[in-house]
Design a protein around this ligand. Structure first.
Ligand SMILES: [Zn+2]
Length: 287
């Protein structure tokens, strides 16, 4: 069983960088209030101010103190737990990390820790249930199943990508992760999906601005050989990080191309493409 004590405290350097970012955000907020609103919307599709409830802002904030190691597992790409080194749909989905299907439905057993309040539990359950209205995925309380997800409040928000076998943690910290969009985001990782901006074809749709990324966080922007399931690149995916993700200076780290002003990473719920991908990866009959 993973123990919270196995989580290393983050590097002092990272903390300094984060404080710096927080400072930049508050400075920008003041500027935002003073300048005409249309100026900001003209400059870009996102501002630091209106990105504050975007999935990546919430996750980045909640994971500020998350170390790189969790139970001998590396946390990469902001919130993905990678078992023992490197291992849209991750390439592992072709090798058996999908959840099994029974009579047309994909049942994913879950346990929710008793750490949560009734209200928090309700938000988590809403997230779990939301998959059943538009896909063939059915999260169901665990009985005696061997493979299941264990939703608990560890340090930060993170998940493994795909089914690992046995109990696998989906961490939704009570301190900043219990939001509907974050619940959906982490569950999509557990179903086998990566971040949109790490997609194999991302360089045709976004420019990664490395000079603005915190030095210790560049690994979050590595490209992955994903299976995109013939779905278009989607700025509105709940798996897309925001314009300022892991910024070291308050400047954009992800800029859409060709139009740099399009808003990105602002989804408050799964997009139509997120849903389409689940249905394609798991061959749900809706597609
Ligand atoms: Zn993520």
């Amino acid at each position: 069983m993973p123990s919270p004590s196995a989580i290393a405290v983050s590097l002092a350097v990272l903390c300094v960088a984060q404080f710096h970012l927080a400072e930049m955000i508050s400075i920008r907020k003041v500027a935002y209030n003073v300048t005409a609103k249309h100026l900001d919307t003209k400059v870009s599709g996102n501002t630091l101010n209106d990105d504050q409830f975007s999935v990546s802002t919430l996750i980045e904030k909640a994971n500020t103190n998350l170390g790189q190691e969790y139970d001998r597992t590396v946390i990469e790409f902001g919130d993905i737990a990678v078992p023992g080194g490197l291992q849209n749909a991750d390439p592992c989905t072709a090798r058996g990390c999908k959840w099994p299907k029974t009579k047309g439905n994909v049942y994913v057993p879950y346990l929710i820790s008793r750490q949560y309040s009734a209200r928090e539990r309700q938000i988590i359950e809403q997230g779990l249930r939301s998959f059943s209205t538009s896909t063939c995925v059915r999260f169901k309380p665990r009985g005696t199943e061997q493979d299941y997800i264990k939703i608990e409040s560890l340090n930060g928000c993170f998940s493994f990508v795909g089914r690992r076998g046995g109990a696998q943690t989906v961490s939704l910290s009570r301190n900043g992760c219990v939001y509907f969009q974050v619940v959906q985001h982490e569950l999509l990782h557990a179903l086998g999906f990566n971040h949109e901006q790490t997609r194999s074809d991302r360089d045709q749709h976004v420019r990664i601005v490395y000079e603005n990324i915190m030095r210790t966080q560049e690994h979050n922007f590595r490209r992955i050989n994903t299976n995109n399931l013939l779905t278009p690149y989607d700025y509105n995916s709940v798996m897309h990080y925001g314009r300022f993700a892991f910024s070291r200076n308050g400047q954009a780290t992800i800029v859409p191309i060709p139009n740099p002003n399009v808003a990105i990473g602002r989804a408050m719920e799964m997009s139509r493409n997120d849903i389409l991908r689940i249905n394609r990866l798991y061959n749900c009959s809706q597609t």
